[in-house]
Write a protein that binds this ligand. Structure first.
Ligand SMILES: Cc1cc2nc3c(=O)[nH]c(=O)nc-3n(C[C@H](O)[C@H](O)[C@H](O)COP(=O)(O)OP(=O)(O)OC[C@H]3O[C@@H](n4cnc5c(N)ncnc54)[C@H](O)[C@@H]3O)c2cc1C
Length: 382
């Protein structure tokens, strides 16, 4: 391996950090530029499903991620009164595919990735503001006025990626029509640690995800205009929205400090057919931002990172590596973008009759077809 091969990465999120680890383990020199002055963990909990854990296994991180998280054993879709619309033994699927589904606090995941990366490659408080290319190199322009030189620049800089704006110039992301709230309740015993669930109502959904024996990550969605800001009494507002819903929804909201509840408007982008040009390539949300309805945005960023590192290590030259990376990753990631958008649209239906029909159809859906879809989603083979 030529140790002079330096890869520049814009963004130290899940995708950028995982890529950094994968590249360093393959012998590359890596420089990650993260605009935030510190890596503060935002976003409460996250699920890293079997496909993400299998991808982590390729770079030796699966055991560390699993040990820092909580195994999801059973997953259910419920109605607002808590009646089961559909249920799945996730542990059986995990056994079949060879790796668990993990729910984890984002802070813990970030710690695992940062520890595996080591401190040297990460430059905090430096934003990538643009790039320029020469024949044999790419230069990332940084917010302190300097430039960094590398063989390749990877835009892992999220939903509103600067690298993407220069590469594709395709404007603002698409607002899905609903917003989300996320929180972590520290009160043990509120939720069944073996079960994760998502409850569907009219224009509202509520998810419950245990992330260890004591803490429970929860999320809520509601149809809303873009750009809404919460009042300080966000707990009371959420409790009112979900009034009459099954327990422990109210208890979870009320046991989560208002200051730690995170509100995020939900966006995606229409899928595109190219993520690269010259010596610049996109990864994770910069490449394929998706709505969170399948819990796969982060998992797909992990898959991207592992596949891109492998392509760079095995293909002869950057053009061949990027061609292979895109051929392996674009169809699968774009499928998740489309499916996730469709699922979110149905999940946010507000009309009473439509919701009733949706719930009946869910109840009647054969388990075999749910399993087949899930098996496809959770398989990582690239
Ligand atoms: C409500 C909600 C729930 C979700 N739940 C799940 C889930 O359960 N499972 C799952 O897999 N996914 C989930 N996701 C999606 C997941 O959070 C994202 O897909 C994932 O974080 C994408 O990682 P990323 O590294 O590509 O981008 P990000 O996490 O957005 O990281 C990008 C990083 O780049 C930095 N940055 C931005 N611009 C620049 C720049 N110009 N220069 C330098 N640095 C820059 C940012 O500060 C950030 O640190 C959820 C998303 C939401 C909104």
């Amino acid at each position: 391996m030529d140790t002079n091969r330096t890869i520049l990465i814009a963004g130290g999120g899940i995708g950028g950090l995982t890529l950094g680890v994968a590249l360093r383990r393959a012998g590359f020199s890596v420089r990650i530029f993260e605009r935030a002055p510190t890596l503060r963990p935002a976003g409460a909990g996250i699920t890293m499903q079997t496909n993400a854990i299998l991808a982590f296994r390729r770079i030796g991180l699966d055991a560390a991620v699993a040990a820092a998280g909580h195994v999801m054993q059973r997953g259910s879709i419920l109605d607002s009164r808590g009646r089961v619309l559909g249920s799945m033994h996730l542990s059986e699927m995990a056994q079949e595919l060879g790796a668990p589904l993990i729910a984890i606090h984002r802070a813990r995941l970030q710690e695992v990735l940062q520890e595996a990366l080591g401190p040297e490659p990460l430059a905090l408080g430096l934003k990538v503001v643009g790039f320029r290319e020469e024949e044999d190199a790419v230069f990332a322009r940084l917010s302190d006025g300097t430039e960094a030189r590398g063989e390749l620049l990877v835009g892992a800089d999220g939903l509103r990626s600067t690298a993407r704006a220069q590469l594709l110039n395709d404007g603002e992301p698409h607002y899905a029509g609903y917003t989300s709230w996320r929180g972590v309740s520290q009160v043990a015993g509120l939720a069944d640690p073996a079960s994760t669930s998502e409850s569907w109502g009219r224009g509202l959904r509520f998810g419950i995800v245990p992330i260890d024996q004591g803490r429970t990550y929860w999320f809520a969605t509601a149809n809303a205009p873009v750009g809404g800001i919460d009042a300080p009494e966000v707990q009371a507002d959420l409790a009112a929205r979900f009034s009459g819903w099954h327990e422990p929804i109210r208890a979870l909201i009320e046991s989560t400090p208002a200051s730690s509840i995170i509100r995020t408007d939900i966006h995606d982008r229409p899928p595109v057919r190219s993520w690269a040009r010259g010596r610049v390539v996109l990864l994770g949300d910069a490449a394929h931002p998706m709505t969170p309805n399948l819990g796969q945005g982060g998992g797909q960023a992990v898959e991207d990172a592992v596949v891109l590192a492998r392509c760079l290590a095995t293909e002869a030259g950057v053009p061949a590596a990027l061609a292979r990376y895109q051929a392996l990753r674009i169809p699968r990631a774009n499928d998740f973008v489309r499916q996730s958008r469709r699922l979110g649209e149905v999940g946010q239906w507000q009309n009473g009759l439509a919701c009733w029909l949706r719930d009946q159809l869910f109840r009647l859906m054969p388990e075999s077809s749910i399993r087949a879809n899930l098996r496809r989603a959770l398989t990582f083979t690239a």
